[in-house]
Write a protein that binds this ligand. Sequence first.
Ligand code: SF4
Length: 315
Amino acid sequence: MSRLGGAAAELDTDRRPLVLVWEVTQACGLACRHCRADAKPSRHPDELTTEEGKRLLDDAAEFGDGQLVVLSGGDPLARDDLVDLVAYGDDRGLRMTVTPSGTRSLTPDRVSALADAGARRLALSLDGATRETHDRFRGEESFESTVAAARAARDAGIPLQVNTTVCAATVDELPSIRDRVREFGAVLWSVFFLVPVGRGRVLDPIAPERAELVMEWLHEVAAAERFGVKTTEAPFYRRVGLQRDSLGNDGDARAEAGRGTGVSPPVAGSRSSATRERRTPPGSCRGPPATCGSGPWSRYTGTPICSNRCASPTG
Ligand code: SF4
């Protein structure tokens, strides 16, 4: 049985999947140099036809009412039957969600049509907080389309999810992207740690020590923001959360928190918890977090970590 919270708590993952992702096409109008899906400009001749796709959705519906289905790609908008597929799945009791690419095809009218067809969520990729950084990462112009689609989703009443890749090229901008996620009124920030497959092999991952700091920061974001935070390819997010919970207890719990994780909890004689919790006044951090010493201290590594309110929060 799943140990997830909320509506997913009743889900028996021995009997049905938490989520079904159907990559409906390999076609995409963008050509991001890191594309995991090796997207191409044209649709592949072996893609499922509309009727084959509907039979696939019939099969998905047999898992039970409310099965979550993600229509991904490539760019699902490259299929002209996308709205039809969403409507069909919705009629069959599936929870249909769509992850379109940030192209000029992603117009407010198409977002609105997906909403009318019953799409339950729109997921957009945002890998930089500005046109310059996002488009540089994508190697394409897609920032404006993405922002317009995020606003269109809000206007159409589709809950929005923002997906962000964490790698050496994006990690410094996570705080600013977090601000965008908040501004869009998104319900979920889905943070993908780099999976070096497909063209994703061209990107550099972040070092494990920095990933640990990012995890702690993401837990702070999750606690502070109205939107949820979800990680992919980062199971240690959960371990960091358990350690954070454990550290609220006594010393035995602290010792237990570090056992077998490779990360030591604070020990007697290390910096006091008061020091660890010391906060940097907003904007006052002037140096690299590893040396400035003015941010709150990591409770697990004993190294400084700037808060999400100072200049360089993710270390
Ligand atoms: S938008 Fe997505 S599917 Fe399209 S090329 Fe970029 S990463 Fe690949």
